[in-house]
Design a protein around this ligand. Structure first.
Ligand SMILES: Nc1nc2c(c(=O)[nH]1)N[C@H]1C(S)=C(S)[C@@H](COP(=O)(O)O)O[C@H]1N2
Ligand SMILES: [Mo]
Length: 332
């Protein structure tokens, strides 16, 4: 079905992005920030098909006027926020390719009109317009840690609303056990979806208890503006106690289901990734250590914390019964 090949995703971050390459990129971004580089005529030669390199919020995004939204101080951090330029240009979004620099390609994604289907075990299945949905939700800003399974991390000011608010809005039936998230399928604009070795569309899932935990957050903005396309516009998930691949981007469908959803990376490499993927420094990825993480934008590594530092809010979700049933799979 798929060909086992080492792709960027599967490499430890240090191998995938040698430090000096990354530092050179930072110098490049610093130049761009100063307004020099993108303005010079050479930029046209670098990106002949782009009249203007857009890395920020989508141009003409109808939600622009909603931001900034009030910060919820219950979700503060004791580490510096990642520089915005880095958070919006160093991404994982396999729909647009397996490199970290997909932000230009992601601009091709049409984000309006955009609907989200709410279906499965709900009182009424329906398709909601994204702007109607956003208008119905209580928007706030939260500072969250963001830890990729590749052992790099950021600290990001997300804007959005608690997933619990959306669950309440969807009115799931009592036999719903899991929430399943599905991403768009547009191979014409998303070149990564043209290959047949990945099981598109990207699917993720949470238990109902995880989905209604206060930390589970639906993202519509970041850095006080609408969320850029490369970061998951117009709607993505942020579950900061889990590895980044659980935080699915570009959501088009949310289903309430009885069975544990077969999630994308689990389907691709069941021996490496699974459903739970809770951050745990003591359980290594089969091919690299999870004990520490490289802080994007800083020349340092820090120790990784159990549940990425959110144990107080979520550890109780994973009691003895689940530990017996899943063992280390709870952490991959
Ligand atoms: N649809 C979709 N969502 C996705 C991914 C993806 O490839 N496709 N990559 C995941 C991974 S591995 C990570 S680490 C985060 C990265 O989010 P960021 O680019 O905003 O930092 O998005 C996650 N969500
Ligand atoms: Mo990731």
């Amino acid at each position: 079905m798929w060909i086992k090949r080492k792709r960027g995703w599967e490499l430890p971050e240090r191998a995938a992005t040698p430090e000096h390459v990354f530092r050179d990129r930072r110098r490049f971004m610093a130049g761009a920030a100063a307004g020099s580089l993108l303005a010079v005529s050479g930029a046209g030669a670098l990106w002949p098909h782009r009249s203007r390199a857009q890395m920020g919020p989508p141009e003409g995004d109808p939600t622009t006027g909603l931001y900034p939204v009030p910060r919820n101080d219950a979700y503060a951090l004791s580490r510096p926020i990642t520089e915005e330029k880095l958070a919006v240009t160093y991404n994982n979004y396999y729909e647009f390719g397996s490199s970290k620099t997909i932000w230009r390609d992601a601009q091709r994604l049409p984000i309006r009109p955009w609907t989200v289907t709410l279906d499965g075990l709900v009182a009424d299945e329906r398709e909601v317009d994204i702007d109607q949905l956003i208008k119905a939700m209580p928007l706030e800003e939260r500072l969250y840690r963001h830890r990729c399974v590749e052992a790099w991390s950021m600290a990001v000011p997300w804007s959005g609303f608690p997933l619990k608010a959306l669950v309440d809005y969807a009115k799931p039936l009592s036999d719903a056990k899991y929430v399943r998230f599905e991403t768009f399928e547009m191979p014409d604009v998303a070149r990564g979806q043209r290959g047949s070795w990945y099981p598109w569309p990207y699917v993720e899932g949470l238990t109902m208890a995880e989905a209604t935990n206060e930390l589970a957050f639906m993202v519509t903005g970041m850095y006080g503006k609408p969320v850029p396309k490369q970061n998951g516009s117009p709607l993505r998930l942020a579950v900061p106690w889990k590895y980044g691949f659980k935080s699915v981007k570009g959501i088009t469908r949310i289903s309430f289901v009885k069975e544990m959803p077969k999630t994308f990376w689990w389907d691709v490499a069941a021996d490496e990734y699974g459903f739970w993927a809770n951050v745990n420094p003591e359980v290594d990825h089969p091919r690299w250590s999870q004990a520490s993480e490289r802080v994007i934008g800083e020349d340092r590594r820090i120790h990784t914390q159990p549940f990425n530092g959110y144990g107080e809010q979520v550890a109780h979700l994973y009691g003895e019964k689940l530990k017996r049933e899943y063992g280390d799979r709870l952490y991959r």
